[in-house]
Design a protein around this ligand. Structure first.
Ligand code: HEM
Length: 535
């Protein structure tokens, strides 16, 4: 203690103190707290002389400014979010032992919405899937649901992800994005036909949701829920917007401001019109999953397919609302780190290879994007009733370095443990199939859901808008061969679709994919080379 009784501990100002800082009761200082008379001053040798190296105030100012930017997210760089809360409305403790799934449970949450391909300054109404990430700060640690607004994804082989994303970034030579040159984009898609379902959603009405408030969210991946008896089921999580869904047309999207969705969310919350979502699960026993594969050729580890809702109905378990805008965007949203491998006991990953890869990729990028101690930042820190303790120490910016506690498992100062809730060997012991497979194969069933979209879900207006959107985008593709292949893929969805696209683009596509070889995927529909291959 200093003689006046002040303790060094006082300087550990708490998160809320910093977050609610206002300009009143402040004093202008350097970063080490030394008061300065004015922010514009510099130390010079006489009135017109050079500056002095001893001017810490100026060097402090400029060098901090030089380091203001952290790397933007490699995908989903453009986004925004808010805070709120989740509450359990219908307990699912019969299926899941996680504390948050029990009766009357609540927890604070933060959500970040985003587009995928664009850089951080790009319009938030871009035609692109939307990211929909929720951090549930549960009593058993943070659970992150890192989801999209579409139930399916472009790929099911994780090694394709960097390739696919690179086709949506700037071209190495022209530095153009796919808005001006869509060749790379269609090249990738025409070589990887399993993308077709997501491409139809993207190029259809759902490709531009009318604000973040009016869209659903989907885990996409199959998860596992484990109950107290150690029994488990496969599960899909859905977040259903209480505001309903609505979309903006391609033409109309040009009339909106670049930050329309951000403003819409911020203004709604400020006006007390808090947006909400229902949280629902579809579940499936392992036996049902095997039958689904045998009878309908739907593999629960393949996120290019959905689970039929008639067979596996949604069960509502809770709801969440956003009721608080952020005070500081950078601290609370830019530095937030969502990670699919953040799961409380009772919620487990499935063997979906894309999910398994994501479990690695997110914390890896966080160590790079934010730093090794990113979990210590207030926006990422837990709000558990117990004090979090482990043996991770030091590294850049170790802010909560766990005091004087031993940095090893000590017998002199023991630490407490909670027993594992279930026998994990039971939860991870069951896989479908036993062959090693490296790359997926295109099968006729890959076209069933896209065909249903075209034939049954969409009305004539939706079909016309789709043809107009997609042919507009294809007009920037420099290779006719790529378009012929992509139209061949669409022909597997529907002859009607393919011929309308041929009319709109003026390109005659392949008769189907039987004669095509793909550089990214085995063609399970190949006809032994009897048809002339495009390659
Ligand atoms: C962001 C990797 C597939 C949803 C990211 C980031 C990486 C990444 C590195 C940046 C994270 C950050 O800087 O904080 C991957 C890989 C994938 C994959 C390697 C496949 C192999 C998916 C899928 C979904 C998804 C299938 C949805 C079902 C998101 C979302 C974000 C994101 C919502 C933004 C998170 C935020 O708001 O901070 N992804 N991703 N990703 N990804 Fe993925």
């Amino acid at each position: 203690h200093a003689p006046d009784g002040r303790h060094n501990g006082d300087i550990h100002r708490d998160y809320n103190d910093d977050r609610n800082a206002s300009s009143q009761d402040t004093l202008y200082t350097t970063s080490n707290g030394v008061p300065m008379p004015h922010p514009y001053e510099t130390q010079r040798v006489g009135e017109n002389g050079p500056l002095l190296l001893q001017d810490f105030h100026l060097i402090d100012l400029l060098s901090h400014f030089d380091r203001e930017r952290i790397p933007e997210r490699v995908v989903h760089a453009k986004g925004g979010g808010a805070h709120g809360y989740y509450k359990t409305t219908d307990p699912m403790d019969d299926l899941c032992l996680a504390d948050i799934s029990q009766k009357d449970k609540q927890c604070p949450i933060t959500i970040r919405f985003s587009t995928v391909g664009g850089e951080s300054g790009t319009p938030d109404l871009a035609r692109d899937p939307r990211g929909f990430s929720v951090k549930f700060r549960t009593d058993e640690g943070n659970w992150d649901m890192v989801a999209n607004n579409t139930p399916v994804f472009f790929l099911r082989d994780p090694a394709k992800f960097p390739h696919f994303i690179h086709t949506q970034k700037r071209h190495p030579a022209t530095h153009l994005t796919h808005g001006d040159d869509s060749t790379m984009f269609w090249d990738y898609l025409s070589q990887n036909p399993e993308s077709v379902h997501q491409v139809m959603i993207l190029m259809g009405d759902r490709g531009i949701p009318d604000s973040w408030r009016k869209m659903h969210g989907y885990a996409g991946h199959t998860l596992k829920l484990v109950n107290k008896q150690g029994e488990w089921v496969y599960a899909q999580m859905h977040m259903k917007s209480k505001q309903g869904t609505s979309f903006v047309t391609q033409e109309d999207s040009a009339n909106y401001s670049p930050d329309y969705s951000q403003k819409d969310l911020y203004d709604a919350i400020e006006a007390g019109d808090y947006p909400g979502w229902d949280v629902c699960f579809q579940t499936m026993t392992p036996k049902e999953a095997e039958e689904l594969w045998e009878k309908q050729r739907i593999n629960v580890f393949d996120l290019t397919h959905v689970w039929p809702q008639k067979q596996f109905p949604l069960r509502k378990v809770g709801e969440f609302y956003l009721n608080e805008n952020v005070q500081n965007y950078f601290a609370e949203i830019e530095q937030i780190a969502f990670n699919p491998s953040h799961m409380p006991p009772g919620i487990e990953p499935s063997a979906d290879p894309v999910l398994q890869s994501r479990l690695f990729s997110y914390p890896d990028t966080h160590r790079h994007r934010i730093g090794v101690n990113y979990q210590q930042l207030p926006t990422n820190a837990t709000r558990t009733p117990y004090r979090v303790a482990n043996f991770q120490r030091d590294g850049n910016m170790a802010f909560h370095n766990q005091g004087s506690r031993p940095a090893y498992l000590s017998s002199i100062e023991p630490i407490s443990f909670r027993n594992r809730s279930v026998d994990l060997s039971k939860v991870h012991g069951n896989f479908i199939g036993n062959a090693v497979s490296f790359l997926s194969e295109i099968r006729p069933e890959d076209f069933n859901a896209p065909r249903a979209l075209w034939e049954r879900v969409w009305d004539e207006g939706a079909r016309e808008r789709f043809i107009s959107n997609i042919s507009g985008h294809m007009s920037n593709c420099r290779s006719e061969e790529i378009l012929k292949r992509e139209i061949g893929i669409f022909r597997e969805v529907s002859e009607d679709l393919a011929s309308r696209l041929e009319k709109a683009t003026g390109v005659k596509g392949y008769p189907g994919i039987a004669g095509l070889r793909f550089n990214g995927t085995h063609n399970g529909m190949a006809d032994d080379g009897k048809n002339k291959s495009a390659n």
